[in-house]
Design a protein around this ligand. Structure first.
Ligand SMILES: [Cu+2]
Length: 128
């Protein structure tokens, strides 16, 4: 059923001129994102469903290079109140909804120690 709804949303959003709300599912397994390139429209709410299949916690943080540099050296133990900074506990699914107001390319990264170097990185492109 959720797959049917997702397909319907995709189908409908390709018909009209202005895209409606989008939903994207990212699964984390073996300390990696299953999707490492995403494209979303600007100015539309995008719900990111983060499925953590690993028995350890991960993070999903999205932003520009300055944002990531701050988080590489940061000391945040956990995230949860900011849509672009999400903690995904072991074996849990977390959703976050973001409306990207600027076109551009943003990385999403897990900043737990060693995870970025291991490859927990993806790129999201926001386009008009
Ligand atoms: Cu991680």
């Amino acid at each position: 059923m959720p797959m049917v709804v997702a397909l319907l949303i995709v189908a409908l959003s390709t018909i009209g001129c202005a895209p409606g709300p989008q939903t994207v599912t990212l699964t984390i397994r073996y300390s990696g994102f299953d999707v490492t390139e995403l494209r979303v429209p600007r100015g539309v709410p995008v719900t990111i469903v983060l499925v953590n299949d690993d028995p350890i916690d991960h993070e999903w943080l999205i932003g520009d290079e300055e944002f990531h540099e701050a988080h590489r050296t940061g000391t945040h133990a956990a995230h949860g109140k900011i849509p672009t900074e999400v903690t995904v506990p072991a074996l849990e699914t977390v959703e976050t909804t973001i409306t990207f107001e600027e076109a551009g390319t943003f990385a999403y990264v897990c900043h737990l120690p060693g995870h970025e170097a291991y490859g927990m990185v993806g790129i999201l492109t926001v386009s008009d």
